[in-house]
Design a protein around this ligand. Structure first.
Ligand code: ADP
Ligand code: 3S4
Length: 332
């Protein structure tokens, strides 16, 4: 593809997991979160985990590839083409290319991701489009992030990287980084993966709002974000993960009460084992919408905890906290 490309940009972005979990969206098209949430971008400590995306221009019709498979061109609301189409006139104009003869194309690959691929997919797409855009980074980032939410509601976590808060205040929704990845260098997150098909996150988003506790949950997430930011200012990383663990407990209790069960028997066994470990040392756990248990632990103890948890899940992948989306190549 690249050989036929008249111009191209290549980007990389990292997947994410929530630390104050998100449940509930404005609507299924715009996917604006109904409350404040927080999250971390992650990558492999020993292995490659990322999304790589190339946006390129060819003479002819638009084409797209996802994990090396050709995609149907679609302007449906969650398709990358829906966002690309809106920017293509400006981008083609920048390179003096006739929009009747040339098209913007998409090629993206996810490597080793446990969950949170929609965030890195949307962020890698967004970062590449920003680079191609004639105004570059002068783009209104709050507006653009909200546009990218059609691909993933929590895209901001991956766009900015490290620990981020996605604030929902009044009609506004935007993400900001509160801690860089370096702040987490003394910690490893063990990604305990189960080979089971995950439920779509929409099963959570559409049901959680039915809970009689939902309004209280919305208020609590705002309070937790204030608390998390205080902890971040004082570099209290262990306490941040404690807060996240309690949030996981609250979130899954709530979604189970409206019939959405994510934590299966195997995942519960991993959590039990972490709770036992907590009697002698420190570790915690986070479960989002996927079939993984994320287990933060001090770096000095990750090998021994990995040993202890081995056999309880299908694979344990050591993870570290990652930076935001970035450009890794371009033709201009
Ligand atoms: P996850 O926890 O991995 O985000 P979801 O079910 O929430 O799982 O989202 C998966 C969806 O995200 C995919 O079906 C696809 O539509 C979208 N997605 C994943 N990776 C990419 C990518 N690289 N580029 C664009 N969209 C992607
Ligand atoms: C359900 O947009 P996941 C949830 O905050 C939605 O991480 C995120 O996670 C919860 O589906 C969260 O990406 O695993």
């Amino acid at each position: 593809m690249q050989s036929e490309a008249l111009e191209f940009v290549e980007s990389v972005a990292y997947p994410t997991f929530g630390t104050i979990l998100l449940g509930g969206l404005s609507d299924s098209r715009n996917r604006i979160p109904l409350h404040t949430s927080a999250g971390l971008a992650y990558t492999g400590l020993e292995s490659k985990i990322e999304t790589r995306t190339m946006i390129y221009i060819v003479k002819g019709e638009p084409v797209g590839y996802f994990n090396r498979q050709k995609m149907e061109y679609s302007e449906e609301y969650r398709s990358p083409f829906a966002v690309m189409k809106e920017m293509s006139l400006n981008i083609l104009g920048r390179f003096n290319l006739n929009p009747a003869e040339n098209s913007l194309c998409f090629d993206s690959e996810n490597i080793g991701i446990l969950s949170g691929s929609s965030d890195s997919g949307a962020a890698a797409l967004g970062r590449a489009l920003i680079e191609m855009n004639p105004g570059g980074k002068d783009i209104d980032m709050e507006k653009f992030e909200n546009r990218l939410r059609v691909v993933s509601e929590s895209v901001g976590r991956s766009l900015y990287g490290g620990l981020t808060i996605t604030e929902r205040t009044g009609s506004r929704c935007f993400t900001r980084q509160i801690l860089s990845p370096e702040a987490f260098s003394d910690f490893v997150v063990l990604g305990c993966r189960f080979n089971e098909t995950r439920k779509p996150s929409d099963a959570i988003h559409t049901n959680i709002v039915k809970s009689s506790e939902y309004e209280a949950r919305v208020k609590r997430t705002a309070d937790k974000a204030v608390e998390m930011e205080k902890l971040a200012k004082n570099s209290k990383i262990q306490e941040i993960f404690e807060l996240s663990m309690h949030d996981t407990d609250e979130y899954h209790r709530l979604i189970e009460s409206v019939g959405v069960k994510i934590i299966n028997k195997g995942m519960a066994e991993v959590i039990n084992s972490v709770n036992q470990y907590r009697r002698e040392s420190w570790a915690s756990y986070i479960v989002t919408g996927g079939t993984n248990v994320f287990v933060p632990v001090h770096r000095s103890e990750y090998l021994s905890l990995r040993e202890r948890l081995s056999g309880l899940c299908d694979e344990i992948v050591p993870l570290k906290i990652a930076e935001g989306a970035r450009i890794i190549g371009k033709s201009f």
